[in-house]
Design a protein around this ligand. Sequence first.
Ligand code: RBV
Length: 422
Amino acid sequence: MVNYKIADESLAEKGKEALYIAENKMPVTAKVIRKRFEKEKPLKNITIAGCLHVTKETGILARTLKAGGAEVYLCGSNPLSTQDDVTAALIQEGINVFAWHGNTDEEFYWCIKQCLKAKPNILIDDGGDMIVTAHQEYPDLISSGTIIACQEETTTGVKRFRAMDKKGVLKVPLFPVNDARCKNQFDNELGTGQGIVSAIYGMHVLFAGKNVVIGGYGHCSSGMALRARGLGAIVTVTEVDPIKALQAVFAGFRVQKIEDTLPNAEIILTATGCKHVIPPTIEMFDKLKNGVILGNLGHFDIEIPTKELYEYAKEIKPIRQNVEELIFPNGKKVYLLAKGRLANLVLSEGHPSEVMDMSFALQSLMSEYIVKNKDSLKPGMLEVPTDIDDKVGFLKLKSMGIEIDKLSEEQYNYIHGFLEGT
Ligand code: RBV
């Protein structure tokens, strides 16, 4: 029996089409790994709960985990990123889904709890909300050993779990899949990077010649700065980390304090993982240029001070899908994308299938690794083994028909030795 609560079962045919497109662009997850999983069933008798953006790409991951023998439960990791057509298709395939676009905060946590009630053995989280809920409200799942280990998909979630670990309150073995090279150097830089087009989807805006401010210069935001420049924008970066700020300077970007960028910025896009990139004060809001577009591509809706902007606005007008015009008391207008939530997921379809292939290949192989090593995993932050990361890299190259060189024995000994010098 499939358990679910979704928006509209009649959307299944459209969802199947979306999954078909993703399937073909995700050969590592959908073909190579799935084929082996079908034969070997490494996830037999295992229940996996994913709190992820329920997109066509996540659907491909769910299919592969199921092919490996797992019972799969999905709930959304953001109230606005669920693709309702995909959920309708997935329940027909026996995947349990509790997710619909536009759920309230209360419904969001209700969906997470439906997944936890299924007593999952592995949690795959995106942002940390499901694993934190398990700690707070379902401690028995942890103390009884039902949860073997957890995997985290995104930088914000990893940051939360590192803080929990430091305080000694992280009670599960946690693999920060986000930190694997095949994840953060591709999904974060290219996926979030290309996500700046959400501003184009939102307002049909021309980037060329615009003053664009990118909040942050980490893996995600540096990708965004590069893409904005590629579109001809005049890009300014804001940072708090001196090294990242220098990297931005030497990559040819202007670096300024956020406050100093506000009067000229025509588009401001953030992906820092931190709150209040634009300080939440009326003084700052009044510095914003009339007509500025504000968008966030980080996990939570606190980078652009959404709540405070709504409070300050005397009028909030939805003007296009997922775009609101906020009119300030002095008549100034600013345009807010996706209510300050992940514009790259809400306004477009999320990160493209080609990069999600690598992230979800890692999630698939890590699920298998957890089952194989279940007796030796200790609570706390662990690491994705390098050989699994390399394996995904090799499989991705192979799927693209690209071969690379292999070290000879002599070369291997050279780079691992110290005796040969001048
Ligand atoms: N993300 N998933 C998708 N198409 O399913 N797109 C982006 C998708 C993930 C990505 O891995 C990132 O780390 C996270 O969403 C941010 O919440």
